[in-house]
Design a binder for this molecule. Structure first.
Ligand code: TYD
Length: 214
């Protein structure tokens, strides 16, 4: 079976993931590739329901339950959308994936990266990204950008500075551990520079023939 490409975009809140994802999708599409832009948690109905639940500031959700809810949203997305899209040969740009859970739940909530990885391997039946773009920004700069947005902070965005420092360190560690997959982009640069860097970081994937996937 031929396969598409799964490209994930990661980083702290306020790093500019959504802006990059949208502009990358437009550029990839302009080059004649079938491209699909999805976000986590979400992308399919069940996962959008779970998104509303995990982001509700009125709910107290235990750390383990939170990790399982993100994993459940992900499991549904993988089965219902990602696997079929990849099988059809599409390039899928995904705004957050397993690395978000490793950083936010594994490190931020201190559940342990390995424990969170284990439930996510189960949830995704080990579907791994072909490339991950890590938009790097300091926690302080991310927070400042978030404050400039009009929207009320959601449940996760209300966390402490120490929480986001742990998340940022975990992302850096993931990039160090898997340099071939995870490419770091400087999120403090202007959007057009981030886009150019992002395109350069996936250029090899766009040129290749489709991968065989099981
Ligand atoms: P985000 O993409 O920042 O949504 P928005 O654009 O609405 O701000 O993601 C929402 C939050 O969910 C964010 O604070 C990070 C958190 N999150 C986790 O903690 N673990 C996960 O596995 C995922 C996918 C997201």
């Amino acid at each position: 079976m031929s396969g598409g490409r799964l490209i994930t975009i990661e980083g702290l809140d306020g790093a500019g993931k959504t802006t990059l994802a949208r502009s990358l999708a437009a550029e990839i599409s302009a080059r004649g590739h079938a491209v699909e832009l999805l976000r986590e948690p979400g992308g399919v109905l069940v996962s959008e329901h779970i998104r509303a639940l995990v982001q509700d500031p009125g709910l107290e959700i235990s750390a383990r339950a939170e990790a399982l809810l993100y994993a459940a949203a992900r499991a549904q997305l993988v089965e219902e959308r990602l696997r079929p899209l990849l099988a059809s040969g599409a390039i899928v740009l995904l705004d957050r994936y397993v690395d978000s859970s490793l950083a936010y739940q594994g490190a931020g909530r201190a559940l342990g990266v390995q424990a969170v990885l284990a439930i996510n391997r189960f949830a995704t039946s080990a579907l791994e990204p072909d490339r991950t773009l890590l938009l790097r920004i300091s926690p302080a700069a991310g927070r400042a950008r978030q404050r400039r947005r009009a929207a009320e902070p959601d449940r996760l965005e209300r966390e402490s500075e120490q929480f986001f420092a742990r998340v940022a360190d975990a992302y850096d560690e993931l990039a160090r551990a898997e340099p071939a997959r995870v490419r770091i982009l400087d999120g403090s640069r202007a959007p057009e520079h981030v886009l150019a860097d992002g395109l350069a970081a996936i250029a090899d994937l766009l040129a290749l023939e489709p991968l065989a996937r099981d």
